[in-house]
Design a protein around this ligand. Structure first.
Ligand SMILES: Cc1cc2nc3c(=O)[nH]c(=O)nc-3n(C[C@H](O)[C@H](O)[C@H](O)COP(=O)(O)OP(=O)(O)OC[C@H]3O[C@@H](n4cnc5c(N)ncnc54)[C@H](O)[C@@H]3O)c2cc1C
Length: 477
């Protein structure tokens, strides 16, 4: 089957009726609710990128597993260094324009490698099942969201030591399949996909073996409920001047409840092999963090372009300190992109056939750029000026009585009309001084894992002993 357009993606969603709550109320149709529209747009754009004359050569790739073209972001199994490099380039290109391209292909690669390893150690047959599932997603061009994060409760205790069992666990197992109960949090895109893919979020001990579970199921499976928060800045979609990005491509986030959900064996990819649970976050930590590193390079490009535009609108594009700040943003973007590419070049083949980028370079690059996210927001405030938090609203500007004053007094460089200046200032406000800013920072700081996890991984994979050896030689000891 061919790659689907955004229209066909919406048609696919119409076949399902997931249980979805927004602001405490159950909604009827995912594809009709205006609060989900920006997310539907964003996922739809991922489909349409495959038909974009400028991007399709990199966005579409022949996938041998199904002997068909697939979307690189969503369905490519990463088998070579070149796969890894091309994905990095595509990620930066897309994220500088619209924040997220949703790299489902990373999740396929994580499950590919983790199920393969589980079968080697436990003589199970998860990998074969997973490959069939991956083919199903590819052939139907289905989107799938990623349920990894458990709520975890008291972080100092294991799941089983806590009465509320704050995670997703197996409660029953029989000849037909398993039944799971619990919750996953922070599920981006939530109900706006066809399928859910669940995996463990951390290493487990034998006491927690029931939390060692992975599977893939449709979003409207009985017992699955989504508690979804609308995208930031979707409250007033008519005010496109005030929140252009949130209105167009803001992303919903979900809490996913599994109220005794039955999963047939052919969709189960891990069942109580507790010693393998850590392999899922491990492969996530190199395959997905490399993409996140170039994703944040893209976000930095976005901030850089906005900073340069607002400087121009204010008439100060070539002033020394402004140029230096914009140059700093350029260099941050290029450095992060370089790290993501470097992680690809210094990667290795996993015996399952997946190409794995360098863990220490991917994590170091990601931590470098994620630690600059707050400073980038600060630079936008600095370059744009205080008016981004004090200016009149779009409703004020739309009032003809006020407009005449605002047009006269709030102008900037004569290259731009006052309305154009206000549009740019509102864009800066959205990225640097709004609810959307919170998500912009959240995507940097926590999405793909909290900063400490990057440090731990770098410590594990960096060859410190070799460098101590060099120091000892020079010290003559
Ligand atoms: C915008 C956004 C989108 C996301 N999308 C997804 C998604 O699609 N799917 C998905 O599965 N997840 C998603 N996530 C979740 C993301 O992976 C987590 O937020 C991240 O891994 C951090 O986990 P946490 O939020 O539970 O924070 P915590 O793990 O609670 O971390 C909070 C702080 O506590 C510290 N801490 C926690 N436990 C310990 C401990 N035992 N010892 C010492 N320190 C500890 C951490 O180091 C950190 O400093 C998303 C997150 C965001 C912000």
């Amino acid at each position: 089957m061919a790659i689907k357009t955004s229209k066909q993606y919406i048609e696919d969603l119409k076949e399902l009726s997931p249980s979805v709550f927004i602001r405490g109320q159950k909604i009827d149709n995912v594809w009709k609710d205006p609060r989900l529209q920006s997310t539907l747009n964003l996922v739809g754009m991922n489909h349409d990128t495959a038909f974009d004359p400028e991007l399709k050569d990199i966005a579409v790739v022949h996938e041998p597993l199904v002997d068909e073209p697939v979307k690189r972001f969503q369905h490519r199994i990463q088998r070579t260094m070149d796969d890894s490099i091309q994905k990095v380039k595509l990620v930066r290109e897309v994220t500088q324009q619209r924040i997220c391209g949703w790299c489902l292909s990373n999740t396929l690669c994580i499950l590919w490698a983790a199920t393969w390893e589980t079968d080697q150690k436990h003589d199970t047959s998860y990998h074969e099942r997973f490959v069939e599932y991956a083919k199903y997603l590819m052939k139907n061009d289905y989107d799938c969201f990623w349920c990894m994060m458990d709520p975890k409760g008291d972080r100092s205790k294991s799941f089983s030591a806590q009465e509320t069992k704050p995670g997703l666990r197996i409660i029953k197992k029989d000849s037909k399949g398993i039944t799971v109960r619990g919750v996953k949090v922070s599920t981006s895109y939530a109900c706006c996909s066809r399928e859910i893919m669940a995996v463990p979020c951390k290493a487990l001990t034998e006491d927690d073996k029931d939390f060692a579970v992975s599977f893939g199921i449709p979003v409207d499976t009985k017992g699955v409920h989504f508690i979804v928060r609308e995208a930031p800045q979707r409250e007033n979609p008519e005010n496109d001047m005030e929140c252009p990005m949130g209105t167009a491509i803001g992303m919903v986030e979900g809490t996913t409840i599994f109220d005794d959900v039955f999963i047939p064996w052919d969709r189960v990819f891990l069942c109580q092999e507790w010693d393998m649970a850590e392999r899922f976050p491990y492969f996530f930590a190199n395959i997905h963090r490399q993409s996140k590193c170039s994703c944040l390079a893209g976000h930095t490009d976005l901030a850089c372009g906005i900073a340069a535009l607002v400087a121009d609108v204010n008439g100060i594009p070539f002033k020394g300190h402004i140029r230096d700040k914009i140059t700093r943003l350029m260099m941050e973007a290029e450095t992060a992109h370089g790290c993501a590419l470097g992680a690809a070049v210094d990667g290795h083949m996993h015996p399952s056939g997946i190409y794995i980028p360098s863990t220490s370079i991917a994590n170091s690059g990601l931590n470098y750029i994620k630690n600059l996210a707050g400073e980038q927001v600060q630079l936008l405030h600095d370059i744009a000026g205080g008016i981004i938090v004090t200016m009149p609203t779009q409703d004020d500007y739309n009032n003809p009585e006020l407009k005449k004053w605002l047009d006269q007094y709030l102008c900037g460089s004569d290259k731009y009309t006052t309305e154009e200046r206000l549009r740019v200032l509102h864009l800066v406000q959205e990225v640097a001084a709004s609810k959307f800013t919170g998500n912009f920072l959240g995507w940097a700081i926590n999405a793909a894992g909290s900063p400490i996890t990057g440090e731990i991984l770098t410590r594990e994979h960096y060859d410190l002993q070799k460098r101590i050896g060099i120091a000892k030689q020079w010290a003559g000891i």
